[in-house]
Design a protein around this ligand. Structure first.
Ligand SMILES: [Zn+2]
Length: 249
């Protein structure tokens, strides 16, 4: 995960990896950006203390995949605001205005972490849905990640839905699923508990920091490397091979 490219605001968009072909980079289509300032923002121009930083305009633009065989088009939309900075010029201080893009949505959403082909359809859907909410609503994003973990643990052998003797069904809490999973595959409890905690806050509508969501993705990415991609098992097998003298020859 390239953590530094995921931000709440940008001077210009970084080259996100294309969500369709996974190899191309998304570049803003030339002259595609349109900006409109609403009346309530325009009407404040010139009022005492008003500055360009008070403008809250809306932008929309298109990002196009650099791979011509793919050519995916991603729509980006959100707020545009302005920030003035003063520089010392030859003829005295000069003021330069920088624009700042605060996206609310990029769609189809670029992938924050890898969406493994080994994940179930439900897990893929929930993970991609979390990416779609990254800028729109961090609480909903965290909630999607929590649901993703529930489905993942179910896929990995800890059944979420249990049938009672009388035929009725109930769902185990995520806390119970994590405890049971730790007995099967120890070593991931702290990361899974952290994701549960962040997801719970999201479920209660708590405002979450953008950075908190990025930390959740980083923990999830590391856990998936082992649980879905089998990194630890692969490395254990390599270690075993190299510890045997015959395996070195
Ligand atoms: Zn592409």
């Amino acid at each position: 995960m390239e953590r530094n490219i995921w931000r709440a605001s940008y001077g210009s968009f970084p080259p996100f990896t294309c969500p369709r072909c996974s190899t191309g980079k998304l570049r803003m289509k030339k002259d595609s950006k349109q900006v409109f300032e609403p009346h309530h923002s325009k009407s404040e121009h010139g009022e005492p203390g008003w500055g360009e930083w008070d403008i809250t305009a809306r932008f929309i633009c298109f990002l196009v995949c650099s791979n011509s065989f793919c050519g995916e088009v991603v729509t980006a939309t959100g707020y545009e605001s302005y920030r003035e900075e003063e520089y010392g010029g030859e003829d005295g201080p000069e003021t330069v205005t920088h624009e700042s893009l605060q996206p609310k949505m990029l769609w189809p959403a670029p992938y924050v972490i890898k969406v493994s082909a080994k994940l179930s359809a439900d897990c893929k859907r929930l993970l991609i849905s979390s990416f779609e909410q990254l800028w729109m609503d961090q609480a909903t994003c965290a909630n999607r990640l929590r649901s993703f973990v529930e489905h993942l643990l179910d896929d990995l052998g800890v059944k979420r839905v249990v049938t009672r003797a009388n035929g009725s069904k109930y769902e185990k809490t995520l806390g119970t699923l994590i405890k049971e999973f730790d007995l099967l595959r120890p070593g991931h409890k702290p990361a899974l508990e952290a994701l549960r905690n962040v997801g719970n806050l999201g479920s209660h509508g708590t405002k979450l920091k953008f950075d908190t969501i990025l930390s959740a993705y980083e923990l999830l990415e590391d856990a998936l490397e082992d649980l879905v991609e089998g990194k630890r098992a692969r490395l254990d097998a390599l270690a075993q091979k190299l510890s045997d003298k015959n395996g070195l020859l």
